[in-house]
Design a protein around this ligand. Structure first.
Ligand code: ATP
Ligand code: MG
Length: 177
């Protein structure tokens, strides 16, 4: 790997309306000491690539541009908690078929680019905060309906001591112009 490598992942990013609802949910779930994700960092990871040589980004983008999947509605219905990263998140109760298909196509394409999919099952979620104390899963009082129209390739890096996710490219889903 050359020195010019970037930490990359594919993700869904909420529009302003959904983002505001997620921020409200962060507020409703707030805990002393938890590290709340900044609004502009809220996302749902589709596929995590890790450190990638910059020279491979063009091939990855061209693979992504060939993906054909319909836009869909994502219904965020409940919160959950992961003990390892002490992450409090929200997610759908079922993975919508179009989301599963998008992730599957991404990994098929990524495998063609030499990436290896990790074995653990894909669990769609939006992390709301880290370093959170354990909480029981809860149904949201008001579900968040997220109209998903596109997906993005993100670059994760630190700038001035803060974590930034920067969009490198984005692609529309079918029927979502
Ligand atoms: P930090 O690691 O600084 O606490 P972060 O986890 O949000 O912040 P990254 O580690 O760059 O930032 O991860 C970017 C996204 O990819 C996050 O949604 C993260 O949950 C996800 N991710 C990171 N590592 C993996 C992995 N090994 N497998 C699957 N998803 C991952
Ligand atoms: Mg991480």
């Amino acid at each position: 790997m050359s020195r010019e490598a970037k930490r990359l992942f594919f993700a869904l990013r909420p529009d302003q309306e959904v983002c505001e609802q997620l921020v409200q949910l962060q507020h409703d779930c707030r805990q002393p000491g938890a590290r709340v994700h900044r609004a502009e960092n809220l996302h749902m990871t589709l596929a995590f690539l890790g450190m990638v040589d910059e020279g491979r980004i063009e091939t990855i983008c061209s693979m992504a541009s060939r993906i054909k999947e319909s836009g869909f509605r994502l219904r965020l219905e409940h919160t959950g908690y992961w003990r390892g990263p002490k992450a409090l998140w929200c997610g759908p109760s079922h993975t919508p078929q179009h989301l599963a298909s998008l992730v599957k196509q991404l990994w098929q394409g990524l495998e063609g680019c030499g990436f290896e999919q990790e074995q653990r099952e894909y669990r769609p979620h939006v992390t709301l905060m880290r370093k959170a104390a354990a909480v029981k899963p809860q149904q949201l009082k008001s579900q968040i309906i997220w109209p998903v129209s596109h997906f993005e390739l993100m670059w994760s890096h630190h700038k001035d001591g803060a974590l930034h996710y920067e969009t490198l490219d984005r692609w529309m889903l079918v029927g979502s112009e």
